[in-house]
Design a protein around this ligand. Structure first.
Ligand code: ATP
Length: 443
């Protein structure tokens, strides 16, 4: 008997595939295989065991071919184990393989009804949820077209919209499938984060930063076996170390560093260095106002009406460089009297992780402002753009009224602007910084 607080219990799970070297061996096996094997055995999973408690988020990490999809397909009951058992407590919804689940000849609308029925939803329930599902997918008229005409991004939008509406207890998401644009990926991540508050999530990813940000625990598979199971921090660090060690081979041994004493001095001792730029960062950042398509909510008392970014030195263009001084302006209009208006922003990466942001409170605390209905007001923020790694980011903008401890949000736009970064250099971490100098001394 599985205890009621367990969502998934996997014991001794193994999967063996039969590998035929020649097509005719398969036929021979069917006709003559009673006493002889014409195939090789390949164990994609070997004696895997773990438990996931209800409400937990488990990351599944491992190299290509380590057995992640095989395991997930068995959890979703689309593949049978060779040995072992899987017990699943609740309804599982999975966004796993492009193409799985939808019939290409049918329209998006028809596929929504069919897929939802497979998850156990009645036609009446889908009727009630249809407008919410199609709003989530946000593919416009394409919903009435056959799915075979969809782009991969549209396909994922529809698939995610369905699994977001089937009352799943356990959600299985492959991060690689978040192939939509930044705005849609953010919408999915907001859904996933809200889902995590009550549901059980299995998240497959190669991105150790994402794993640490989203998941409490992680399972590391290597050649079909459990290489590690524990906190996501501990496991993803061990996985990263092992992956890097594989790249470095015998040349470098990676071990934990305790930054103290001499080493700390070396890290901070740069006083005698000249501050000329020593690294060509070559990061281009495109800033695009997205107000017309932004998601969010408003109270009706105030509205964000413009978001723009300019270079501090000149007003030209919407392409910026990492490290450059910029001015971000967020303009709003009041519809009621606001006695303590606040304008703020936060920049998030594609997984919805907060990178940096600010609001006008540090200014208005000492420079009190009041706005009357019909008046426009603007928050202006000057800062140095960080060196962001390649990809798309969104800028969330908001208008509120009040103080640090007590305020009412009047307009919140998740994706008021989209920031696209292209950089020819690889950078580590969520946000890069511009190094002014660097040296290596032999002491
Ligand atoms: N139907 C099959 N027949 C034979 N071998 C298979 C089959 N499906 C998967 N395999 C093999 O099983 C191993 C595990 O595959 P699996 O797809 O589970 O790995 P994965 O960790 O999901 O990889 P990736 O990160 O590339 O998606 C691989 O070596 C793969 O080639």
């Amino acid at each position: 008997m599985m205890s009621s607080d367990i969502a998934i219990q996997v014991e001794n799970l193994s999967k063996c595939y039969q590998i035929y070297d020649r097509p005719r061996d398969r036929l021979k096996q069917m006709l003559l295989g009673k006493n002889k094997k014409y195939f090789r055995e390949f164990w994609a999973l070997k004696e895997v065991g773990f438990k996931v408690h209800k409400g937990e988020t488990l990351a599944i990490i491992g190299k290509n071919g380590s057995g992640k999809s095989t395991l997930l397909q068995m959890i979703c009951s689309t593949l049978n184990p060779t040995n072992g058992t899987i017990k699943v407590n609740g309804r599982v919804a999975a966004l796993l393989e492009l193409g799985a689940g939808f019939n290409p000849e049918f329209t998006g609308r028809e596929n929504i009804y069919m897929a939802a029925a497979l998850y156990g939803l009645t036609k009446e329930t889908v009727d009630q949820r249809f407008s919410s599902i199609s709003a989530f997918a946000d593919i416009g008229e394409h919903i009435e077209q056959p799915v075979k005409t969809y782009s991969s991004g549209m396909y994922v939008r529809l698939a995610f919209a369905v699994i977001a509406h089937v009352d799943a207890d356990i959600l299985v998401v492959d991060e690689a499938l978040a192939v939509g644009d930044a705005v849609f990926t953010q919408k999915c991540m907001r859904f996933i984060r809200a889902f995590q508050k009550h549901g059980t999530l299995l998240f497959v990813s190669h991105d150790t930063a994402a794993v640490q940000s989203l998941c409490e625990k992680a399972l590391w598979l290597e050649n079909g076996q459990v290489q590690g199971f524990g906190t996501s921090k501990e496991i993803s660090e061990a996985y990263l170390k092992s992956s890097l060690q594989e790249v470095y081979g015998e040349q470098v041994t990676l071990s934990a560093i305790n930054k103290s004493g001499k080493e700390k001095e070396l890290l901070t001792d740069n006083k005698d260095e000249s501050h000329h730029e020593i690294v060509d960062y070559d990061t281009k950042i495109n800033f695009k106002n997205n107000l017309n398509d932004a998601n969010g909510w408003k109270s009706g008392s105030a509205e964000i009406i413009d978001v723009r970014m300019n270079k501090v030195d000149n007003d030209d263009g919407d392409i910026f460089e990492g490290g450059e001084s910029v001015r971000l302006k967020i303009r709003a209009r009041a519809y009621s009297s606001l006695d303590a208006p606040i304008i703020g922003f936060i920049v998030k990466d594609r997984l919805g992780q907060d990178l940096f942001g600010e609001n006008t409170l540090p200014f208005t605390t000492y420079n009190k402002k009041i706005v009357e209905p019909g008046e426009e007001f603007e928050g202006s923020f000057c800062f140095q753009l960080p060196m962001l790694p390649n990809g798309q980011y969104v800028l969330t903008a908001s208008v509120a009224n009040g103080n640090l401890y007590e305020h009412v949000q009047h307009h919140w736009l998740h994706d008021a602007a989209v920031i696209t970064v292209s950089s020819s250099k690889v950078r580590w971490g969520l946000v890069g910084i511009k190094f002014e100098s660097m040296k290596l001394s032999v002491i």
